[in-house]
Structure formats: C-alpha cells, structure tokens
Design a protein around this ligand. Structure first.
Ligand SMILES: *Cc1c(COP(=O)(O)O)cnc(C)c1O
Length: 453
C-alpha cells in the first residue's frame, strides 16, 4: 500500500513514512492510493468480533506487511482495553442510538486514535537512533489524549500547544499535570493560531535538528483508527446484510468524518453522514454554495473542541470527491459537489440550540449529552425534519466526550452533577506545569531552538 499527497507533488510514501512524517514534503496531506475493500460478509461478520479484532482487520489492510501480524495484534489488544457503549435512545422510533466514544483514559474520542498512534510510532521508532518530537495543537481534547497516550515513551517527546483561554480547566489539567516527556504551551491566541504555528514549524528548515511529527488529524495515522468505530457500531445495530445506516458526526477539524468516509469507501453501507458543526459554519456554507471562506478568528462556542475556522482535513474531504484544496484553503479544483451533497448533509448549530438540546434530550429521552454530542444530536434532528419524516434507516449519533469533562455547563443546564469519569478524579489537586507564550511564530521558534542548546 502506498500513500500520495493531496498537493500532488511529493513522492508516494509507505505507511511508516506517512505516520512518522505526519505531513507530506509538499505540505499536502497523505491519502491512501487505493482504499481497501471489505466484503459485506466480512463487515456483517464483525457482529461476532470484539473491538480489537475489528481494528486489527482494518489496520492490517492499510499497514500490510510493514508490521507482522503478531505484533499488530498485540498493539490493538493493548490499545482498546476500554468499553465502547452504544446506547439505545428511548422515545425516538425503533432504531436510534448514541455511540459513546468517551470510555478511553482521557474521556474523549481522541483516545481511539492517539493510543493507536503512540503504539505504532513507538513500534517504528524502536529501531531508530533519532528522537521523535510530536508537535500537537489542541482545541481541548487532542492534547490530553496524545499526552496520555505518549506519556513515558523513551524515544518520543510531545509538545502541546493550546489556546490559553479556550480550553476548560479539566481539559487543561489533563495535559499539564503529567510532566516527563510531555511539555505544554499555552498560546495567547486561538486554536487556528496554534495549528498554523505547528504547521510552520514542520516546514521550517531552521528547525532541522528536530525530527518532527504530528499527532493532529493531519496525520493519516489518526484517521484509520477513527474508521473502526463506524464498523463496530454498524455491526452492533444492523440487522441485515446491506442495511444502510445514518451517522451524525460533530465536526471541528473533520478528522472524525474522514474516518467515516474511509469506512464507507471500504464498503460500509452508509446512507448519509450528518456533518454537524457549531457556529463555525465555513463547511456547510461551502457545501451549499461551492465558495470557501475561513472564519478568522474562529467563533468561541461551548463545544470548544470544534472551534475551528479552517479545518485542516477539508483538503482530504475535497480530495475524496476529486477536488483539490491547498494548505492555505485555496480551492484549486472544485470537488464533485453534487456527489458530496448526496453523501453528506451539513448543518451549523448555534450555542443556544446546543444548550437547549442538552436540556431537551435529557428531559425527553433521558439522554445525557455534553456540548459536542449535543451538536451532533441536534444535527440529526434537523436532518430528520428536513427529510419530512421519510427516513427509515437506523440512526447513530456520535457522542465524542464524557459529560463530566464539562461539569459547569451541564450543572447550569440540568441542575445535576454528571458522575465523574475515573480519569478526572484527583486531577484538580495535581500540580500543573506549563508555559504561556505570545501568539507569534518567532517566540515559538526561539523556544524550540532554546531547547536544543
Ligand atoms: C476533537 C473533537 C471534536 C471534533 O472532531 P474533528 O475530528 O476535529 O472533527 C468533536 N468533539 C470532541 C469532544 C472533540 O474532542
């Protein structure tokens, strides 16, 4: 299996190169040359398989012989040692579910990919002399998932950048209380600024003493693991071969949705993806009009991990539909918008609607959502409304974080204290360690250079 760059200039790469490099030399994003297909029998057969086994089947299609079977099996068993609940929602037809992706060690869906990447990178780095430095920008949950997953690894250090004022205190503490090989920087700016600084550092030849990689969803290594839970949930809710279902996905950088699209192209029968965003509505506008405009600065919403004004995975999404977008968001070639609209329904959900959804879902369906999952749930409701009651497929809405990551919000809306996820116990008492830096690339670069002196 070989991988090409969305900018079309760089040479094709192996899985190892894709994973360790993160981004192609021409600044494009890596894509698999062919997406491997699974038969319907194989997909339906996942019903009998546990999560790690499904993950093994999918990973091995992309990794091929680059990791021996025995080692890959060990990696998936070790990675997916937590539960992935699928909750049937009461009072909405016969087949509506919430897929809770919050069972991992930092209570967000980012754990699924971060844990896989850490193990795969560690595996490939064992035979390398040079240390790997993971630069990661976080809007809230990636930082903690990556920090937790890579914590204590010998050949890999992690530097996390987060927007100083836009993560919750629980999210911040989950990253800043670890220490060891994990360093954390609070940037006086937005998530998009953090993301831009990271991308610039990758391309900066003055920093060549570093061996950088990315753990953001620009790294394809993030997306393949994110296709597995689509197969898993499908296998648990589908009753018959070829049955199509609908997924609703809360989107920020669109890595989660790209995981779903990979699953679909591997053969998963998906009728539609609902791509729900918060007030950062650049994508639904693009899908409707074909015109793309970044939102600068991004809007600050309660679903903070989705405060993205220029999602880096759009160039992948557009590549999926035979278009091309460069790393600055310029459309080089329009994708097949008709086809895209056929497969994806996108909607923006305001903060007021998000909050109201948390209240309504709880009161009407006994369904406890946090702000990100609420955006997806509302997106699904809007989709159903627009379809005029003609939807017969089963529905799966993705809940991407644990409600106790947002205790203040939930308590203010529902007057209950969500039961604390085990990973948050005691985190408030631990000592935090992080530096605050200006929103300016030169200070970031000097700091990086200083670490090597
Ligand atoms: C990161 C994140 C999202 C957005 O996912 P993308 O892959 O960036 O679209 C949604 N919800 C939560 C809780 C997140 O942490």
């Amino acid at each position: 299996m070989k991988y090409y760059s969305t900018n079309g200039v760089s040479q094709k790469s192996s899985f190892r190169e894709v994973l360790l490099q993160g981004i192609a030399e021409d600044k494009g994003l890596f894509m698999p040359e062919v997406i491997p297909r699974l038969s319907q029998k194989e997909i339906f057969g996942f019903k009998e398989k546990k999560y790690p086994e499904i993950a093994f089947t999918i990973f091995s299609k992309f990794i091929g012989k680059e990791i021996p079977e025995k080692d890959l099996r060990k990696i998936v068993e070790d990675t997916y040692n937590f539960s992935v609940p699928i909750e049937k929602v009461r009072g909405v037809g016969s087949g509506t579910y919430v897929l809770r992706l919050d069972g991992g060690p930092t209570a967000s869906f980012k754990d699924f990919a971060a844990r896989t990447m850490a193990r795969l990178m560690d595996y490939f780095m064992r035979s390398d002399e040079k240390k790997l430095t993971i630069l990661v920008a976080t809007s809230g949950d990636t930082g903690s998932a990556v920090a937790n997953a890579f914590y204590g690894l010998e050949n890999i250090e992690v530097i996390v950048l987060f927007p100083e004022k836009e993560v919750t205190s629980n999210q911040r503490r989950q990253m800043t209380t670890l220490g060891k090989n994990i360093s954390v920087l609070a940037v006086k700016g937005k998530f998009d600024d953090c993301q831009a600084m990271v991308k610039r550092a990758f391309a900066d030849s003055d920093l060549c003493e570093y061996n950088f990689s990315s753990a953001n969803s620009i790294n394809l290594g993030r997306l393949i693991p994110q296709s597995v839970y689509y197969f898993y949930s499908y296998s648990r809710v589908a009753d018959s071969f070829w049955e199509k279902i609908i997924f609703s996905v809360p989107c920020g950088n669109f890595g989660n949705l790209c995981g779903g699209l990979i699953a679909q192209r591997m053969g998963l029968p998906v009728k539609k993806f609902v791509a729900a965003v918060n007030e950062n509505d650049e994508f639904p506008i693009f899908l409707e009009t074909g015109r793309y405009k970044k939102i600068v600065p991004s809007k600050k919403c309660v679903s903070n991990a989705m405060n993205v004004g220029h999602p880096s995975n759009l160039s992948r999404l557009i590549d999926f539909y035979n278009g091309q977008m460069d790393e600055n968001g310029k459309i080089i070639k329009l994708p097949d918008l008709e086809k895209m609209r056929g497969e994806i329904f996108s909607v923006a959900v305001s903060d007021n609607e998000t909050k109201k959804t948390i209240i309504d879902a709880y009161n009407k369906h006994m369904l406890l959502l946090e702000p990100h999952g609420a955006v997806a749930w509302k997106g699904l409701e809007v989709f159903l409304e627009k379809s005029g009651g003609k939807v017969e497929e089963k529905l799966v809405s993705l809940e991407t974080a644990h409600p106790s990551k947002f205790p203040e919000e939930i308590e203010a809306l529902l007057n209950i204290k969500p039961a604390l996820h085990p990973c948050l116990k005691g985190v408030a008492e631990k000592k935090e360690n992080f530096e605050i830096i200006e929103n300016d690339y030169i200070s970031f670069k000097n700091l990086l250079k200083g670490r090597k002196e």
